[in-house]
Design a protein around this ligand. Structure first.
Ligand code: SF4
Length: 710
């Protein structure tokens, strides 16, 4: 591939995809595509996965959008000038607000947007559009762990310690994360625990990561799907009743021990084993390994989406934190609890204002002091900032309904594929008066839009992202953008001017970052001491990094963020209704149903809008394959490699069966990267966690049958 007419400049930057944010160098290559090379950095140490190596294919892709598209009266998207496209959008905003009020305009952001764009999008929604209706796709990703972290510690930072701290750990309990496929360079940080026999992987599926526990490297706990909360309650019980808890730590650094101990008293090992299917011996060995590591060498508990993307995801992550606190892990220099952020800027993207309930700096939008601070930075009265909006699933459900959102902006997201119960979401998107999508490809959501605005992508613009450790990184422009595409900062600035916004909107990333620093100053995620020059110097800038201060690689060493400095042990329990049986929790469950888990593949990222367009990745993984145990398949007459229909009352997906003894007999796995009739989210439920708004992605009841069902 070549980049005709475009001068390649090259740069040190970071990968466009996941939250590990592997460091890479983009180098010009005469007559061909730029070359991507891994760069030495603490998270990846020069390594890249298949997605990172092939990411240059996105830059000169033939399907790249380079001109605005506006839906004409005949229903066809046709090229338009920027002036015409932005004029149409601004006129529609004005008309919608006049007819239905400002909250009839909504915004949906993304966890892949740079910090500058995420910040500007929150400000754009609240000041230029005047709406409270903004949320983002991180609600589908990190919301439960974030809510649990705030509950327990008073602040949420995915990993409150550098990734490299894991290297020498004696024990790592990894719950619901298949890092061997989702972020392969991360695996090197598990080496110490594997060598000491202390890697414990909790996953209903024997994933590539679970395979690392073989040959004495650790344990694979394979619970009944969605019984993770019960498993963790049982481990808390064991730690207390086997005398493994760190009593001095609990007395000095936590609150709530007595209530927590009462809440897990009934989760004796045999009951836990009956509920989860995990043998008592494995439960005891897990508790023993964690306690041994806490005493010497270090113990870490890490959670991922497998245990968080449930209707009890916040309580499950809370139980994992309770277990860590009982053992005295958080706030230690050699142990801890963390959650593995998924999206490229999943951390920074949830800190600076694109969440429904949040202002920059990880401040609550309902906090009068936070509102006053941000209003001052923005140069407006506090009353000009709307109150909290709706979490993503509720926001999407409101589209096109009376009293709901009538005009919708989507930036850096593809909810037509990635949202739960996607048939209903597509119906709602179609019912809008106007849909405006900013993207660099015609994603499945963009294809539904009335106006498509072609945006720049990662290697074409400057900015910052915050990786899974809370470290702020510089993304650098390495290639000039194609003529016709524009940065989202430029687009927001242009629309804000047309709408007469009561604050200035810069299109310069460094200027926006300077404003973000001021808006975040004094907040939990304080970036005020970080600037581009500091990042360009190679400094490791972990937040909070106050002006005139230093960064914070390890949080909680002296105190937690709650008033009084103690962490809170929070009793949690499986819901009274639905119990802890995975499949009975889904109202669609019926005899013979299987539990469907959705998740990621090595070759693809999120909705696949980018990776499905990379030839090498598409060739390696061209379509959805349902992983099913051979015995479960044979019982249904399904041949290996044969067509299969996966169905429930929400919809049906058609794909290829792949026999896998890694699957439990009662579960199947379907990746969520594929659109149309292969869409895993045709089957998932829009039921959400009551605390975080996280949808239930990991356990849906489905029937599986050979061939296509009419
Ligand atoms: Fe690294 Fe993630 Fe990019 Fe792979 S996708 S190269 S693991 S940042």
């Amino acid at each position: 591939r070549s980049l005709p007419g475009r001068h390649l400049v090259g740069a040190d930057t970071h990968c466009p995809y996941c939250a590990l944010q592997c460091a890479m160098t983009i180098t010009p290559a005469a007559g061909g595509p730029p070359e991507i090379a891994g760069r030495d950095f603490p998270t990846n140490r020069g390594g890249l996965c298949r997605k990172g190596w092939t990411s240059a294919a996105l830059l000169d892709h033939p399907e790249r959008l380079t001109t605005p598209l506006v839906r004409a009266d005949d229903g066809v998207l046709r090229p338009a000038s920027w002036d015409a496209a932005l004029g149409r959008v601004a006129a529609q905003v004005t008309a919608t607000r006049a007819a239905h009020g400002a909250d009839a305009v909504g915004v949906f952001g993304g966890g892949g947007l740079t910090n500058e764009k995420a910040y500007q999008l929150g400000k754009f929604a609240r000041l230029a559009l005047g709406t409270s209706r903004i949320d983002y796709n991180g609600r589908f990703c990190m919301a439960s762990a974030a809510a649990a972290g705030n509950r327990a510690f008073g602040v949420d930072r995915g990993l409150p310690f550098p990734v490299s701290d894991l290297d020498g750990a004696h024990t790592i309990l990894l719950l619901g994360s298949n890092v061997a496929e989702t972020m392969p360079p991360f695996v090197q940080h598990l080496r110490g625990a594997r060598e000491s026999g202390g890697l414990v992987v909790v996953d209903p599926r024997r994933t590539a990561t679970a395979d690392f526990t073989a040959d004495g490297a650790g344990l694979h706990l394979q619970p009944v799907p969605a019984t993770d909360l019960a498993l963790l309650l049982g481990l808390c019980h064991l730690v207390i009743h086997d005398g493994l808890a760190d009593k001095a730590y609990l007395a000095d650094r936590t609150t709530g021990y007595a209530a927590l101990a009462r809440s897990v008293a009934a989760w004796w090992p045999e009951r836990t084993s009956r509920t989860t299917g995990v043998p008592v011996a494995q439960l005891r060995e897990t508790a023993r390994l964690l306690a041994a590591g806490a005493r010497s060498g270090g113990s870490y508990i890490l959670t991922g989406r497998g245990v968080e993307q449930h209707v009890d995801g916040t309580d499950t992550a809370t139980a994992a934190i309770n277990l860590a606190l009982l053992l005295g892990l958080p706030g230690s220099a050699h142990s801890g609890y963390g959650t593995l952020t998924g999206q490229g800027n999943g951390q920074g993207g949830r800190e600076h204002g694109q969440k429904a309930d949040q202002l920059p700096g990880y401040r609550k939008i309902t906090d009068p002091a936070a509102r006053a601070h941000v209003a001052k930075v923005w140069g407006v009265e506090e009353a000009a900032i709307p109150g909290p909006g709706l979490p993503a699933v509720e926001l999407l459900a409101s589209l096109g309904r009376p009293g709901g959102v009538r005009m919708f902006f989507v930036h850096g997201a593809n909810p037509a594929v990635s949202a739960p119960d996607s048939t209903r979401v597509v119906d709602r998107l179609r019912s809008l008066d106007a849909l405006v999508v900013c993207d660099f490809f015609l994603s499945e959501t963009a294809a539904l839009a009335d106006v498509v605005l072609p945006a720049l992508q990662w290697a074409e613009e400057d900015g910052t992202v915050t990786n899974l450790e809370g470290r702020v990184l510089r993304r650098r422009a390495a290639v000039p953008p194609p003529p016709g595409a524009r940065s989202e900062l430029w687009i927001m600035a242009g629309l804000a001017a047309r709408l007469g916004a009561p604050s200035s909107f810069s299109d310069d990333p460094e200027t926006v970052f300077t404003e973000l620093r001021a808006a975040s100053a004094g907040g939990p995620a304080d970036y005020s001491g970080i600037d581009y020059a500091l990042l360009d110097s190679g400094a490791a800038a972990y937040w909070p990094y106050p002006s005139g201060g230093t960064g914070t690689p390890r949080l909680f060493l002296d105190a937690f963020a709650h008033d009084g400095g103690r962490a809170a042990l929070v009793p949690v329990a499986p819901a009274a209704t639905g119990g802890h049986d995975a499949v009975t929790r889904d109202p669609l469950f019926a005899g013979g149903a299987l539990a469907l888990a959705t998740g990621r593949l090595l070759e693809h990222y999120q909705s696949g809008a980018q990776t499905r367009r990379v030839p090498e990745l598409a060739a390696a993984s061209p379509g959805a394959r349902l992983l099913i145990h051979p015995a479960a398949a044979a019982a249904r007459g399904i041949p290996d490699g044969g067509p299969v229909t996966v169905a429930n009352a929400r919809g049906e997906a058609h794909c290829t069966a792949e026999y896998s003894t890694a699957q439990r007999l009662d579960t199947v796995f379907l990746p969520f990267h594929f659109p149309g009739l292969q869409g895993a989210n045709l089957l998932t439920s829009s039921a959400t966690d009551p605390v975080s708004g996280m949808p239930e992605f990991k356990t849906s009841s489905v029937t599986v049958a050979p061939g296509r069902v009419p």
